[in-house]
Design a protein around this ligand. Sequence first.
Ligand SMILES: [Zn+2]
Length: 186
Amino acid sequence: MDFAAASGNPNSLNVISSSFPICSVPISLPPPPPSRYESQKRRDWNTFCQYLRNHRPQISLSLFNSAHVLEFLRYLDQFGKTKIHNQSCPFFGVPNPPAPCPCPLRQAWGSLDALVGRLRAAYEEHGGKPEANPFGARAVRLFLHDVRDFQSKSRGISYDKKRKRQKQKVALQAPGVTHSVKPTIE
Ligand SMILES: [Zn+2]
């Protein structure tokens, strides 16, 4: 009876069920989103393009150079969340200072380094030539090197260990393993 009531179309029920995922076993996992790296890269690229658009005088995307990249990286410092002690601060070189101090919050070297890497990739994905990539320019590499050097002294930490560990870390988890699914017979 319900069959006949389905607006005269006997296939409508099938249409509804076939619009669901092919796998008939209910899985609570949501569809895989774009990777964190990819979405972060897209956000970074948009932020950089917006920075160029708001720049006075305006800079066209085809004309920016490593000087603008450095300007952009310095501009980002105002949004930083990492306390970087000045050389005159008593906590210069102290990893966990026992009291607050007036030193500025800035972008941590690790964030800048990763950001430049993502923007460098995005630049080439948007048709930029690798040999002319301003994010890979010597001036930018030197800048990052100096930031790293100063911040490791200022914060009293070494970045070397962290780097090695990151290289070893490989995601081995396979999310689609179904061996544990037991058939339920009633
Ligand atoms: Zn300080």
